[in-house]
Design a protein around this ligand. Structure first.
Ligand SMILES: [Zn+2]
Length: 368
């Protein structure tokens, strides 16, 4: 249960800005912006998507900082009325679309702050996913650090021992004397090293980062899309509430993420797959040992790519970015031109909300 997950965390006072009103673009603006997002995706070479709790609300899992979020209601002494068990929750339209976009080579990596396991259930391969705050359906060995898929959500959070022996021998052929722990982080825990490295390198290499359903308040997860901007790439934010990095975005869409991605798929001419139980590793985990460890070879390969693309070229890419802002290039490039219009438009809209400032949650360099 989502509430149990929140209840299982240690007390923590500074949970960021809570309950900021949601806003919606007009239908005309929504369609125009979806067309722009589709153009951005078509023109980009390396696309990273950053997902937060907002992509799982349509599955029945409450978010944290929305008007009916877990932390927002907690402040009022209430609990979310709509809630589903993690065991029963199914991937949303957004999860299934992201899997499809990865298969079509239009999205190259997904960085998630969510622990609900819905990316896993959608059938998205591990190679394309970083789960920075853990996953209710993944155990980790305390000695060899291998990860395994569970057939049911873990009953504890905060890296507690389940007492189950490590199954590494079935995967590596070498016995391990470790025990399995839940992989869900509490506030004070460090982020999983390889997930964090992969997400940092992909975000740096990317020429387009798309943020879905997150206010980007938690660091370091919320700052990863800014790596794309630093290297000259574009930033698109899709969220109902204002986010910490709205002022750095090339395009902001205030609408439901399911509707945004459905429209983008229509524009791209791609079908939306339905959830298929056979693609869900959790369904096989009671009879088979399923390894969910990031492949070390993928880490080494990506590090080489990161060094070849980003090392020593930061300044050059920054120059490209600043050039893009010149009026000549804006006129030459229809996409940039339109995006600048949208960006200005958004800034004007934000004047109304200028009393609302999103600041990073303090003391969370290694937290949820
Ligand atoms: Zn082990």
């Amino acid at each position: 249960m989502s509430c149990n997950y929140a209840d299982g965390l240690s007390p923590y006072e500074n949970k960021g800005i809570l309950g900021v009103p949601e806003k919606f673009d007009s239908i005309d603006k929504f369609i125009k912006k979806c067309e722009l997002l589709a153009q951005f995706i078509n023109q980009a070479k390396h696309v990273v998507v950053h997902t937060g709790a907002g992509i799982s609300t349509s599955a029945g899992i409450p978010d944290f900082r929305g008007p009916n979020g877990v932390w927002t209601l907690e402040r009022e002494g209430k609990r979310p009325s709509i809630n589903i068990s993690f065991a029963d929750a199914l991937p949303t339209k957004t999860h299934m679309i992201l899997k499809k976009l990865v298969e079509c080579n239009k999205v190259h990596y997904i960085v998630s702050q969510n622990i609900d396991g819905l990316h896993l259930k959608s059938g998205l391969p591990r190679k394309y996913l970083s789960e920075l705050h853990g996953n209710m359906f993944i155990d980790e060995c305390n000695l060899c650090k291998r990860q395994f898929v569970r057939h049911s959500p873990v009953e504890t959070v905060g890296k507690k021992c389940s007492g189950i022996p490590c199954a590494a021998e079935h995967v590596t052929g070498r016995p391990c004397r470790g025990r399995l722990y839940d992989g869900v982080l509490d506030w004070e825990h460090s982020l999983p090293e390889n997930d964090l490295l992969m997400s940092e390198w992909h975000s740096s290499i990317a020429d387009l980062s798309i943020c879905l359903g997150t206010t980007l308040q938690i660091v370091p997860s919320g700052n990863l899309p800014i790596e794309t901007v630093k290297y000259g790439g574009n930033l698109v934010i899709c969220n109902l509430q204002p986010t910490k990095h709205d002022n750095k975005a090339d395009l902001i869409i205030n609408y439901y993420v399911d509707d945004i991605l459905e429209k983008v798929m229509e524009i791209l001419g791609l079908d939306i797959p339905t959830y298929c139980e056979n693609d869900n590793p959790i369904k096989r985990a009671d009879s088979t040992i399923i390894d969910w460890t990031i492949d070390r070879r993928d880490v080494v390969q990506l590090e080489k790519l990161f060094k070849s693309k980003c090392k020593g070229v930061k300044k050059k890419r920054n120059l490209v970015k600043s050039k893009r802002n010149s009026s000549d290039l804006i006129l030459l490039n229809g996409v940039c031109d339109k995006s600048k219009i949208v960006k200005r438009d958004i800034k004007e809209e934000n004047v109304i909300n200028e009393d609302i400032k999103i600041e990073p949650v303090e003391n969370t360099s290694e937290t949820l």
